[in-house]
Design a protein. Structure first.
Length: 323
């Protein structure tokens, strides 16, 4: 009988998910639901993730974990024995169809409260992979489905203004978005040409893709006969999604730009649309200085930058992150 009890105890220990030297001696329980936030398909989809491993670690630890748990069919998990005087982090890693994803919640010491459940949001990872994320929109900011972007790594071939010499295509889905994962770090030149009825629409841009990160590029297809000069500023938030409603205050005088804290002496004002793009066409060749501002709840997000419009026929473009 003693042997049977001992054997049963060993089986329980083998099933335990405790990491070596881990210890939970508190009386707090934290629980949540694992949910995948997909930001690469042209819209934000939210899907609960069952049967995935969730890890608990001390917040200050860069490696390792204390315990792990497997989410249930509804994506739920929990950890008991949390010490309210210690800081912890709950995290998970996913690899779905070759796309690496990561999510983490940090709980600071002394900040625990009796909440029903937290959401462990899992986003496409910005480490250990790179992604070239392309969105093609029309002049009104609406996405264009089933379009093709030609990608070059040779500027000489790109400047020939054809598809010859491209290294690969990126095809947009129903929501106007397309992706290419884990490409060599390099500068890429991208062009789209779309034929609709009797009209041709085009746009082209340059982007540098590093070894890690999500690099979002917006192509705004316009009629070939309507090409004009000016600036196109694309604003993204911290999650690399379009940031609408950003107010842009433009200046020709750098002195005025630097001293205009109240934003009352700008040469022009433009606002980003639903695709995060703010434009100003038919302007003089010059350096333009601008302040971008957006109020979110009680916070004011702001950045200052500049752009050079270099001719009467070219459009200068810049993508900026406002957070």
């Amino acid at each position: 009988m003693k042997y049977i009890i001992f054997l049963f105890s060993c089986v329980l220990l083998m099933q335990c998910t405790k990491a070596p030297d881990g210890d939970l001696d508190g009386d707090i329980t934290i629980k949540g639901v694992v949910m995948m936030y997909d930001t690469l398909n042209g819209y934000l989809s939210k899907i609960t993730i069952p049967k995935t491993t969730v890890y608990l670690k001390y917040a200050a630890d860069s490696t390792g974990f204390i315990y792990s748990a497997t989410s249930g069919q509804d994506g739920s998990y929990k950890f008991t024995g949390i010490n309210k005087n210690k800081s912890y982090a709950v995290y998970t890693n996913l690899d779905t169809i070759g796309i690496k994803r990561f999510g983490q919640i940090v709980y600071n010491a002394g900040s625990y409260s009796d909440q029903p459940s937290d959401t462990l949001k899992v986003f496409p990872a910005v480490v250990n992979q790179n992604v070239l994320h392309v969105v093609i929109v029309d002049t009104l900011g609406k996405t264009i489905p089933n379009a093709v972007a030609w990608v070059f790594n040779s500027k000489v071939l790109f400047d020939a203004d054809t598809s010859a010499g491209k290294i690969f295509d990126i095809n947009t889905n129903t929501y106007g978005a397309g992706n290419r994962f884990n490409i060599p770090a390099d500068t890429y030149y991208i062009r789209t040409n779309i034929h609709l009825g009797a009209n041709n629409y085009t746009d082209e841009k340059k982007v540098y893709v590093g070894e890690e990160g999500i690099y979002t590029l917006y192509l705004s297809a316009h009629k070939v006969t309507e090409r004009k000069n000016g600036m196109e500023l694309t604003f993204l938030d911290a999650w690399q999604t379009p940031f609408s409603g950003v107010q842009v205050y433009g200046y020709r005088s750098k002195t005025t730009f630097l001293k205009d804290a109240a934003l009352t002496n700008s040469l022009f004002t433009i606002t980003s649309n639903g695709s995060g793009v703010a434009v100003n066409y038919n302007i003089d060749t010059a350096w333009y200085y601008f302040t971008a501002s957006r109020i979110v709840n009680r916070d004011t997000l702001r950045l200052m930058d500049s752009i050079y419009v270099n001719s009467k026929t070219a459009v200068a473009r810049k993508t900026l992150q406002l957070e």
